[in-house]
Design a binder for this molecule. Structure first.
Ligand SMILES: [Zn+2]
Ligand SMILES: [Zn+2]
Length: 270
């Protein structure tokens, strides 16, 4: 039996500095794959050293969203206006005016930098012990989530993408005492953790995070949950989301959370 995928809430288009796929191509691919709802979550980065620093244009983004809604809405595709904000806890004063000036449906909160350094650089890992990387990353992620202001906590252990290639291992079960307070903050703030499938396409071949962590979150009373492919190409759109849904179910979830207007609108059964 094929699993139906209700939505993919993490993808990029030419509105992200690291993506060359036009929005319309992603929309066509979603229709082709039978995914009825997608969210474009373009990078908004205010970290001065970031590759995407100052390269986000909300006017262009919403022009593209409106054009795609007009073209693909009649074909049954729901297109949500999302955004992936880097390090919101550090750049709130610059980010909030943008979020409040446009009709976003959902905001992803991401931590791509730790202690002023990019966690996508091998150097970051080469000069640190694996245990220091995880401890420092999760400590700052807790700060980010405690500050709130977004709907979905994306890829909560994204540092393992490059960390694994340097340190050769990562197992989230060693980090329970750091991860549970992050989920407690999610529950307090009404933030949905995301099961992000991008690292299934990388040597580590794990979701962000793995099932053990989602199970802790569920045991703690977590109810909101999102899934996303973090795709930058049509090929990756929806990639691994059957597996993300299987993980959600295994952890005890029966529903995923839909957002609109930066609020929970309903729960879709899985
Ligand atoms: Zn990201
Ligand atoms: Zn992303």
């Amino acid at each position: 039996m094929t699993v139906s995928i209700p939505f993919d809430y993490h993808m990029h288009s030419t509105n992200s500095c690291d993506c060359r796929t036009p929005m319309a191509e992603m929309c066509r691919e979603a229709i082709r794959k039978g995914i009825p709802e997608i969210a474009f979550t373009e990078h908004l980065d205010r970290q001065p050293g970031d590759y995407c620093y100052d390269r986000y244009d909300p006017e262009q983004f919403f022009r593209d969203i409106e054009a795609c809604r007009a073209e693909f809405g009649p074909q049954g595709l729901t297109i949500k206006a999302g955004i992936e904000v880097g390090e919101m806890h550090l750049f709130r004063a610059e980010v909030e005016p943008i979020l409040n000036s446009y009709p976003y449906d959902l905001v992803l909160g991401s931590l791509h930098w730790n202690q002023g350094e990019s966690i996508f650089e091998r150097d970051y890992f080469l000069k640190r012990e694996p245990q220091d990387v995880a401890r420092d990353y999760f400590t700052e992620l807790a700060e980010l989530v405690n500050g709130g202001g977004f709907n979905i906590m994306s890829h909560m252990d994204v540092f393992k993408r490059v960390g694994y290639s340097v340190h050769k291992r990562f197992d989230i079960t060693e980090w329970e005492e750091y991860v549970r307070p992050i989920f407690a903050a999610c529950i307090r703030q009404g933030i949905a953790p995301e099961i992000n499938t991008s690292a299934l396409r990388m040597p580590i071949r794990q979701t962000h995070p793995t099932v053990e962590a989602i199970r802790w979150y569920r045991e703690m009373g977590g109810e909101l949950l999102s899934i996303g492919s973090d795709s930058h190409t049509p090929h990756d759109l929806g990639f691994g989301l059957e597996q993300a849904i299987a993980i959600a179910k295994e952890a005890g979830f029966t529903h995923l959370t839909r957002f609109a207007g930066r609020k929970v609108v309903d729960f879709v059964p899985i």
